[in-house]
Every structure is written in structure tokens, then in C-alpha cells.
Design a protein around this ligand. Structure first.
Ligand SMILES: *Cc1c(COP(=O)(O)O)cnc(C)c1O
Length: 391
């Protein structure tokens, strides 16, 4: 008997699911509905549609047929009930948090979150929302941060820069027992390599600007959750904050999704080879990548992740800003720039946004260099690292 694996199902979803070719004259790629308004034959029918806008095409800020196809694919990939897409990952993260809190509430997060997510939590102080950063991914330490007004635990797993993993099943259980909602940023793993809803997480958010799009030409975000949560979120945070994904971008995202499985397998292959090479280099003190057996969360990763993407970091043995700058400036195959998750290899350092004191507080070495391993031939990448690290 041939076993249908999750990855096989996911490939089918990425390429064909909900493409609705019968509805679009057999078009192999769905059309871009580049219209903002949908008209109705009678006023009564429009009134009915407006009353359940989530399920009808009324106005582009709410729903659009092209956008809806991406949303159905992403919900299916995460094994979630519903998805809404956004004009950026930050818009999706903002909507998830806003939906889950009110003035006076408290949020717990793990350290080494995506930079702008951390800034958002600080900004929310303006509305009397407080937060605690747990400088660990340990469930017990997360548990100790719970207060009577804690309403959200915000996770990123793996975390940024050190790629530590949170035990999603354990934290979901802890949160449920305390009436707390869990939100996870699943951008690193993509739905192919981690399905957090299956571990009991309440809301999954993505920056679609990374692997989901995969070509550095589309900015977008996604939020996948239960029908129950989405019912309130659609009418409030989605429609009122007004950060819908434009249909042209949805079409680019559909194109990206078709090759997502291919690309992720290739990113993983390249990244594992790069990480193994770096681990043997005398100028490298440490490599942070959960596929390595030396990583502190290797065992948990084997249970929780179905694969490993291409984002990792290394610590230089000489750990200071000047040395980081020197090595980065020698790189040629790795381009110097922010962001990641696309075909091209990129290099960055957390020194871009934090000073040494802040980095040390977050258990990040000032000698840290972040690598986004792309789809180039891996020998080109390894040779580039070799010549950059050697004097
Ligand atoms: C890029 C990124 C975001 C923000 O996404 P945008 O699409 O740039 O708004 C959020 N989380 C992670 C982990 C990211 O890498």
C-alpha cells in the first residue's frame, strides 16, 4: 500500500487545490479579479450580502475571488478552518494581537522575536497593554510569567537569531489551562515544515513576503485560525484596519506557492550542507541551526518540525562588530540586505538594530552573522563563506 504522506497532500494543495478551473473556462492559472466592487441584481440581494460579507463578494477590502484561492490553500496547508491574507506580515500579526486583547491585558512573549513584532508589543503600552519577555523557550519559565491578566502568549518557533524551539504542545496545554490564547509566527518553517494548529495553538501568522512568495517581489501576510475566532476578526480587525492583500499580489503569491515544496526541499538541502561546513570552520565558534545535532533543541525539532528551512546564524570566534563587518563585506554570493526567504542568499547581523548590551541580554553574541541560504548551487555558497572567513 502506498502511504499518502502530508507532504504529498501539501504538494497537491500548493499546485491544484481550489483553483476552480471549471469556473474560469479551464484557465490553468486563475484570473486576477482586478475589481474593487461587486454589483447585485437587486438591492435586497446586496443587503443580504453585506450582512455576511465574509461569505460574499461585496468590496475588495473584505473579499476577492483571486485572494480567496490563496486563503483556501493556506488554510488547507495549516490544516486550519479559515485564513485571511493581509498586505504584510506585520498587518497579520497586528490583527491577531488586537483581536485577542483589550486595555489592561498582559501579553507574554519569548525573546528574539522578529524585530517589528517586539516594537509592536512596546507600542501597545500606549493602550495600557503590558508585556513580559521570557528570555528562554522553556515551558516552565513561560509558565512563571503568567499573571492574572495574561491573555496572550506570543511565540515564534524557531526564534530569530538563535533558532531555539518552543514545545508547542506543552505551551498550548499550559495556555488552555489558564484561559490564555496562543499565537505563533510560523514564517521560518512554513506550513510545510510545521503545523502549529495540530499542537493546539490558536492562531498562526505568516509573513508571506518570505518563503510563501519566495521571489522577493510580493509583500503579504496571512492569519490562519478557527472559524469561531475568524468570525469576530473578519468584521473588526480585518475590515476596520483595512490591510487587505491586493489581488495582483495574491496572484504572485499563488505562483510562489506552486513551487513552495520544491524550493523548501532545496533550501533545506543547501542549508544543512552550509551549516555542517560552518561547524567545522576554526573561525566559527558556533552555528545556530536546529537541524544540527549540536543544537540544544535538536530532539524537540525531530518531533515538532517536518523539515528545516534556510535561515541560520553563526557566531564568529572573534565576536565584535568590526569583525562581523569585515566578514560580511567580503561576501559576494550572499547579498547584504534585510529580509530572507527568497531564491537569493542574503547576509545580515543583529548588530543592525541592537547594541552589544541589548544583544547580550537576549543571549545573542555580538559576533553573530545571520545567513539566509538561497537556491544557488551550494558549492558557490560554501566557497564564498570560505573566502570571507579566511583572512
Ligand atoms: C519579515 C517577517 C515578519 C514581518 O513580515 P512583513 O511581511 O515584512 O510585514 C514577521 N515575522 C517574521 C519572522 C519575519 O521574518
Amino acid at each position: 500500500m502506498i502511504r499518502v504522506t502530508e507532504f504529498e497532500q501539501d504538494k497537491q494543495i500548493c499546485m491544484h487545490y481550489e483553483d476552480d478551473r471549471d469556473r474560469f473556462h479551464g484557465a490553468v492559472v486563475p484570473p486576477i479579479f482586478q475589481n474593487t466592487i461587486f454589483t447585485y441584481p437587486t438591492f435586497g440581494e446586496l443587503v443580504d450580502a453585506v450582512q455576511s460579507e465574509k461569505h460574499h463578494y461585496v468590496y475588495g477590502r473584505g473579499t476577492n475571488p483571486t485572494v480567496e484561492i490563496v486563503e483556501k490553500k493556506l488554510a488547507a496547508l495549516e490544516r486550519g478552518e479559515e485564513c485571511k491574507t493581509f498586505s504584510s506580515g506585520m498587518a497579520a500579526i497586528s490583527a491577531a494581537i488586537m483581536n485577542s486583547i483589550q486595555s489592561g491585558d498582559h501579553i507574554i512573549c519569548v525573546s528574539n522575536l522578529y524585530f517589528s513584532t517586539m516594537e509592536l508589543l512596546k507600542y501597545l503600552g500606549k493602550f495600557n497593554i503590558s508585556h513580559s519577555v521570557v528570555y528562554s523557550t522553556n515551558t516552565e519559565e513561560i509558565s512563571q510569567a503568567i499573571q492574572s491578566n495574561t491573555k496572550v502568549i506570543f511565540l515564534e518557533s524557531p526564534t530569530d537569531m538563535t533558532y531555539r524551539l518552543v514545545d508547542l504542545a506543552a505551551v498550548s496545554k499550559l495556555a488552555k489551562a489558564n484561559g490564555i490564547r496562543t499565537i505563533i509566527d510560523n514564517t521560518w518553517a512554513t506550513p510545510l515544515f510545521q503545523k502549529p494548529l495540530k499542537f493546539g495553538i490558536d492562531i498562526v501568522v505568516h509573513s508571506a513576503s518570505k518563503y510563501l512568495g519566495g521571489h522577493s517581489d510580493v509583500l503579504g501576510g496571512a492569519l490562519i485560525t478557527s472559524k469561531k475566532i475568524m468570525n469576530t476578526l473578519f468584521n473588526k480587525e480585518y475590515l476596520l484596519m483595512g490591510a487587505a492583500l491586493p489581488p495582483s499580489e495574491a496572484s504572485l503569491l499563488l505562483r510562489g506557492l506552486r513551487t513552495l515544496p520544491l524550493r523548501m526541499v532545496n533550501h533545506q538541502e543547501n542549508a544543512v550542507k552550509v551549516a555542517e561546513y560552518l561547524e567545522t570552520h576554526p573561525k566559527v565558534a558556533k552555528v545556530h541551526f536546529p537541524a544540527l545535532e549540536s543544537h540544544p533543541d535538536y530532539e524537540l525539532g525531530q518531533k515538532q518540525l517536518a523539515g528545516y528551512s534556510g535561515l541560520m546564524s553563526l557566531e564568529l570566534a572573534i565576536a565584535n562588530y568590526r569583525q562581523v563587518e569585515k566578514v560580511i563585506n567580503k561576501m559576494k554570493a550572499f547579498k547584504i540586505g534585510v529580509s530572507w526567504g527568497s531564491f537569493e542568499s542574503l547576509v545580515l547581523s543583529p548588530n543592525i538594530s541592537s547594541n552589544e548590551g541589548q544583544l547580550l541580554k537576549e543571549h545573542i553574541s555580538p559576533g553573530t552573522i545571520r545567513l539566509a541560504v538561497g537556491l544557488e548551487d551550494v558549492n558557490v555558497l560554501i566557497r564564498d563563506l570560505e573566502q570571507s572567513l579566511n583572512d
